[in-house]
Design a protein around this ligand. Structure first.
Ligand SMILES: Cc1ncc(C[n+]2csc(CCOP(=O)(O)OP(=O)(O)O)c2C)c(N)n1
Ligand code: SF4
Length: 266
């Protein structure tokens, strides 16, 4: 029997992990670990985990980590990157933290082209606090604070599209994409591309990952997949902005690895 291909950055001593069964976070974290391992960046990386279910990941991987106030992981990681330019700074947060309480910080980081990678795990609700409506809640979705389903009239009340919104203010060499937990391969590739862009071009990179929260959605396995499909139909799974740059590559990253990166999304 072969053992499952767990990344070397997997912190086995801290397993079983703290997420609920069926949660999407461990898939995102596995994709991140595989991406860091492939680019050989484990020792250079610091991840800021926001308050929300993301906080349960603080010792999930063998990388240095920070715990920040809700919605404040982006400015914290920008500050760390300014103090320690040699590191790879990653901000990891939920859609509530990113698009509600932390939106101002996120917009300004994109506007200033701060050289950090931001990963937003979009599960359509404020999960840790019991499943209240978030900016990403779908039209008609029942949450703790929308018991009759979220109303979307007028249409400006519809779900918030994070990467599309940021594309209006970000710099030419920024990278913005949306992917899903459905396929680990493309998820890992998109994360590699974001990390590479930030290191090579000293630029802002942003990945939203469509995820699941069976606990707050109150879904079984089939219901969770159904809701994931609805999310993927609402939020386009694609690269939203590719970097346009002719800058010299940063020697921190092996050029062979860079040229082998593909961007195919299923
Ligand atoms: C400054 C501040 N405001 C509010 C809270 C309460 N709070 C903790 S987690 C959370 C919601 C998190 O939702 P999200 O960012 O979507 O992450 P998820 O739990 O869904 O992964 C809130 C409002 C807090 N901890 N700190
Ligand atoms: S509440 Fe939802 S997002 Fe949080 S750990 Fe459980 S399944 Fe995951």
């Amino acid at each position: 029997m072969t053992s499952p291909p767990f990344p070397k950055l997997w912190n086995e001593q801290r397993k079983p992990h703290l997420f609920c069964p069926g949660c999407g976070h461990p898939i995102v974290l596995k994709g991140l670990a595989l991406a860091l391992e492939k680019l050989d960046l484990g020792k250079k990386t610091v991840v800021g985990f926001d308050i929300g279910c993301a906080l349960l990941a603080w010792d999930f991987l063998k990388v240095d980590s920070f715990q920040t106030h809700h919605g404040r992981t982006v400015p914290t990681m920008v500050g760390l990157k300014m103090a320690r330019p040699e590191i790879l700074a990653i901000a990891y947060e939920g859609d509530g933290g990113a698009y509600a309480i932390g939106l101002q910080s996120l917009v300004m980081a994109a506007w200033r082209n701060d050289p950090i990678v931001t990963i937003v795990v979009n599960n359509s609700v404020y999960a840790m606090t019991g499943g209240q409506m978030a900016p990403t809640t779908l039209c008609g979705e029942v949450t703790d604070s929308t018991p009759s389903g979220k109303e979307c009239e007028p249409q400006e009340k519809r779900a918030f599209f994070g990467p599309e919104f940021l594309s209006a203010v970000c710099a030419q060499n920024a990278y913005l994409a949306r992917t899903s937990i459905r396929h680990l391969g493309p998820l890992q590739q998109i994360l590699e591309k974001a990390i590479t862009n930030t290191l090579r071009n000293n630029a802002f990179s942003f990945v939203e990952v469509i995820s699941v929260c069976p606990t707050n959605w109150k879904t079984d396995a089939a219901g969770t997949l159904q809701m994931l499909e609805k999310m993927e139909q609402t939020f386009p799974i694609k690269e939203i902005k590719l970097p346009q740059t002719h800058k010299t590559p940063n020697p921190q990253v092996n050029p062979k690895t860079l040229s082998s990166l593909t961007t195919k999304q299923k």
